[in-house]
Design a binder for this molecule. Structure first.
Ligand code: PXP
Length: 241
């Protein structure tokens, strides 16, 4: 059965809009865990637009499940991760002008320093996952570069409207999951998932966890964070086996 990781960046976004002390992503993480979240994810961006260094340090001390730390593979972030030692580091592409992470890593453009970052993180006992589009070439490169896991970008699937496009995207995800499993990579998936599109992707066998932020935090405005986490967890449990 697939697990649920809750991304608390969007709680930090709301706080940073007014530079207040609330809502606190660290409290939100605890509440998500009380309600069944299997891991907590946060992304410390170079521009610190939402999550702050302080949040990650506190999360490292307070998260009871697993901390999945998303970051760009910069020297600054690698140093920070080696200091914090999250359970998992998910390496993501990062562009200042984007609203959110828009695509997976283009691993064909990343060279020795990227591979060295993976090795450094692994030597520190951190599991390294690479955020990639559902493409066999990316899966192969992730494996060759030494990652232990991949997170399949589901954004394109989530944005499809037409049924045949959706079917095609689901097929690409299914194939990427199968190929990752053949290479013994742990598979995570996420981006753009919500209460009306999780069902079909959760039914794909072999995905170990879903990383979800915006949809759950938005639902929390209506029904509260605890019920929003529980509702998503129930949906995933019902659809995955
Ligand atoms: N996975 C990764 C690598 C991400 O960058 C994000 C967005 O921060 C998510 C999952 C969660 O996406 P969403 O907020 O759309 O659920």
């Amino acid at each position: 059965m697939a697990r649920l990781g809750i991304n608390i960046d969007h709680v930090a976004t709301l706080r940073q809009q007014r530079k207040t002390t609330y809502p606190d992503p660290v409290s939100a993480a605890a509440m998500a865990e009380f309600n069944g979240a299997d891991n907590i994810t946060c992304h410390l961006r170079e521009d610190r637009r939402h999550v702050q260094d302080r949040d990650v340090r506190l999360l490292r001390e307070t998260v009871q499940t697993e901390l999945n730390f998303e970051m760009a593979a910069t020297q600054e972030m690698v140093r920070f991760a080696l200091d914090i030692k999250p359970n998992v580091v998910t390496l993501v592409p990062e562009r200042r002008e984007e609203l959110t992470t828009e695509g997976g890593l283009d691993l064909s453009l990343l060279g020795d320093s990227f591979t060295r970052s993976i090795a450094l993180l692994r030597e520190a006992g951190i599991i390294v996952s690479l955020f990639i589009d559902p493409e066999p070439g990316s899966v192969k490169l992730a494996h060759r570069m030494g990652a232990q896991a991949v997170e399949i970008h589901t954004g394109k699937y989530a944005n499809t409207v037409r049924a045949d496009d959706k079917g095609r995207e689901l097929e690409r995800i299914r194939e990427a999951v199968n190929f990752s499993q053949k290479l013994r990579l742990t598979v995570h998936a996420g981006h753009g998932l919500h209460y009306h599109n999780i069902q079909e992707v959760a039914a794909i066998p072999g995905i170990e966890s879903f990383q979800i932020g915006h949809g759950v935090v938005a639902q929390a405005l209506y029904i509260g964070l605890g019920p929003a986490v529980r509702e998503m967890k129930n949906l995933i449990e019902k659809c995955s086996s």
